[in-house]
Design a binder for this molecule. Structure first.
Ligand code: RIB
Length: 305
């Protein structure tokens, strides 16, 4: 089994259940509030760890209660947290999440300690990157750090996966040639390309990312499944299981990315790894919360061991 390093964010999610997501200027009453371990990076690491991967994480929390709980949650999922930063005087990242009756959400992130994940910190922990095979990144830590990490990981011959969430337009062009896989969802694809209609011309849109230097593009399409375009021009559409009852889509994309990394760590080819990722995210959407919704290895792979 290859080793995965996730570099990214940890947040405590304050999850409210609401009948509908408020529009601008509207106040809505929540039916409940829950505190759930989250953060896109930590969710990805947890998914790969809980499913049996060899996973370590680099990121930062504050020396507060949330930071302790997030670290415990990650360790409980089998992730090596020994090199996480624990910072005095800085608040752990927070996410304010509203989930509506259809299971869709909106999320506001207060980055807090995640902003302290600097190239300098990664440089100090370079041996961890050196001993890893697959490096997973997202965009809830400073962009400068993501670019540094991707370049360094590529230089060291690692497999680099970027989940460009939350999406930003005009990702630095120097990033793309470092990426073995870029995995936006359909909205993020439009955002990254500055083309809101990108989903309508899926192949052409993905080709634009390949032209910038990424080796493979995987787009998650919610209830419509996923799409893969490889550098050799091969494409494949993966159909979603339409029988699942969606309860909460929070972290479905993160779990997809974590499971994809795990599949590659298990030496699956990309298509098989996408199938695994879809299986995992299909379960995640049927459960509430971020890390609380990740299935066990037995649920995904069958019997223990
Ligand atoms: O993708 C879901 C995650 O986004 C949540 O766990 C929240 O913390 C934000 O990072």
């Amino acid at each position: 089994m290859k080793k995965i390093l996730v570099i990214g964010s940890l947040n405590m999610d304050l999850v409210t259940e609401v009948a509908h997501i408020p529009i601008v200027g509207e106040t809505v009453l929540a039916k409940s509030l829950a505190f759930v371990p989250g953060g896109k990076g930590a969710n990805q690491a947890s998914a790969a760890g809980k499913l049996g991967g060899r996973v370590a994480m680099l990121g930062a929390v504050g020396e507060d209660d949330y930071g302790r709980k997030l670290t415990e949650s990650l360790s409980g999922m089998g992730v090596d947290t020994s090199q996480l930063l624990r910072l005095p005087g800085v608040s752990t990242g927070l996410a304010l999440i509203g989930v509506n009756d259809q299971g869709n959400n909106n999320i506001i992130v207060v980055q807090g300690a995640n902003l302290e994940v600097t190239p300098g910190y990664l440089q100090e922990h370079l041996p961890l990157m050196k001993e890893s095979d697959i490096v997973v990144l997202q965009l809830e830590i400073p962009l400068e750090t993501v670019v540094w990490a991707a370049k360094k990981a590529k230089e060291l011959g690692k497999t680099v996966i970027l989940d460009p969430a939350p999406a930003i337009r005009d990702l630095p062009l120097e990033l793309y040639p470092c990426l073995d896989v870029i995995k936006p969802n359909e909205v993020e694809l439009g955002e990254v390309l500055g083309l809101p209609e990108a989903k309508e011309q899926l192949r052409d849109s993905c080709q634009k990312l390949l032209d910038r230097g990424a080796k493979n593009v995987i787009v998650t399409l919610g209830g419509e499944g996923a799409y893969l375009l490889k550098e050799n021009g091969e494409e494949r559409k993966f159909d979603a299981d339409r029988t699942v009852k969606v309860v909460d889509t929070t972290s479905a994309g993160d779990s997809f990315t974590g499971a994809l990394a795990l599949g590659l760590a298990m030496e699956m080819d990309l298509e098989k790894a996408v199938e695994l990722a879809m299986k995992v995210s299909n379960i995640v959407v049927t459960r509430k919360g971020a890390q609380t919704s990740i299935p066990s290895a037995e649920e995904v792979f069958g019997e223990k061991g």
